[in-house]
Design a binder for this molecule. Sequence first.
Ligand SMILES: [Zn+2]
Length: 254
Amino acid sequence: MLKYNTLKYFFWGISVAAILYFFYVQKIYPIFYLSIALVWLIYVIVGAFRMRAEIFLPSVSSLPHASKNTILITFDDGPHPEITPQILTILRQAHAKAIFFCIGKNMDRYPDIVKQIVAEGHLIANHSYNHSNFIGTYSTEKVKAEILQTEETIIKLVGSSLKLYRPPFGVTNPNIARAVSALNMKVVGWNRRSFDTVSKTKEEVLKRITPDLKKGDIVLFHDTNALTPAILTDFLLFASNKGFIFEVSSPFEI
Ligand SMILES: [Zn+2]
């Protein structure tokens, strides 16, 4: 997909050319300008909500070149005082490792769970401090503050950070891109979204994430959702029967 930083000049160019044409050559129907604006709007909206398109920033959404037959399991939004410990038990029983993209304020609230996650061999990564619904409207400085505050919490509790960031809701835009780049964070997305938080049954979720499972797929779950432990149990059984393993290291080192 074409990068925002390249395409914005192209759109500016077309707009300026159209204005000059209007004044110096002949009138242009308003529909022409509306069409340009509409195409631009669609492009920006797709870029904002589809991180995998990498319109605003580079990100990893799958690891097809992984050396082993690995599926990368990821959990967002925790730690949660009840669900996360259940998830940890299930992972332990299945000899599976995962990355937990934690919300900073939840880590400050449940530091012992963060330490338990790490003690069991999983990785902790950054999912902003407050996970605000409005983070897509934040200035670059405000996004930086969200990421930095969470990095400080990770270093305080874990001792070091992998500098991995997953934007809340997977939303990206130029401000988020600038913040991520200024702080040297690496962005991790997914290519299998379970929609576990909005699904009514585990069967619904499994039907969504199990077909055509491939090496290097990155699966997104939430360790804040009551249904997720049951989903995870069945998913791990299904995937291990297919020969997949669940190891972790930074996705950028696989
Ligand atoms: Zn989230």
